[in-house]
Write a protein that binds this ligand. Sequence first.
Ligand code: SAM
Ligand code: SF4
Length: 330
Amino acid sequence: MDPLVDGWGRRIESVRISVTDKCNFRCTYCMPAEGLEWLRRDEILSFEEITRLARILAALGVGEVRLTGGEPLVRRDVPALVGMLAEIPGIDDLSLTTNGILLRRYAQSLVDAGLRRINVSLDSLDHVRFAEITRRDALDQVLEGLAEAERFPELRPIKVNCVAIKNFTEPEVPALAALARRKPYVVRFIEFMPLDADRAWSADQVLTGAEIRALVEAEHGPLVELPAKASSTAQRYAFADGAGELGFVNPVSEPFCSTCDRIRITADGQLRTCLFSRREWDVKSVLRNGSDDAQIAAFLRHAVRHKELKHRVNEPGFVPASRSMSQIGG
Ligand code: SAM
Ligand code: SF4
């Protein structure tokens, strides 16, 4: 079958699928402290619908699937979904992004189901500051979750994601860099994007990858750049002595839209061709209206042809997306 290609000639090979809009954290850069309305059960794609969609996408060359949310592990039986997706021919990279609080409980069943890669969010190694940013006192559970994931050598790499915020993250950098050196975790700093429900983002709150790299290099000396896949969101760096890897995801200061190969499916079955899309494509209706696989594939091709050339975060008049990160699926 012809590959999935957007209107600008980029091949689409990766999908992030949100399995729930709910979360047991309330990170300040993502969710409001309270007041979000949850989707109803019947609005959310079933595991069978997600699996069918993933199978059609895999046949179109989308071999990378990442489950996300909200917090994916709050949805009941997510390991069962992992098992269903792991069996699909053509899916060769199946991963999950989690805040880690339930990872200790689920790591074994996720690995048994076929998960081979995991991303865990962690913004601070200090209990008070962790609670300040996530609005939950759960650092110990997250670290226990990471330790549990580490027990499974088949679950690699373990990536630890930190959202980098000016005047918050700077003091966290030494401890997070040390974590990357001490543990088999790739620690990645992700620039704060205007996807927070509180709409409090401003450009001067972005701590750039270059700024963090300078902080690390001031302590450890020059980092060594490692090769990365062309479509990778992260620039990869090793410490000069070879112990530890850092990643920098710089969507604001160094946009990587020209090599973007991603689409997203929200928990309520809307296809988004960009994190910052103003428009969504109602795949759920197509999945539920009796369409056959070929018709669904045609719908996906049509939507993908309209993928945005680039985000416009840095341009005057930028309009934030209609939904925030936890509702889209990061
Ligand atoms: N709840 C899971 C977690 O936190 O890992 C998965 C969903 S979360 C929306 C996915 C990723 O998006 C996390 O790494 C989170 O830190 C990141 N994220 C959330 N809001 C963001 C923002 N405004 N800017 C940059 N990254 C953000
Ligand atoms: Fe929840 Fe993840 Fe958003 Fe934090 S970043 S509020 S853990 S969805």
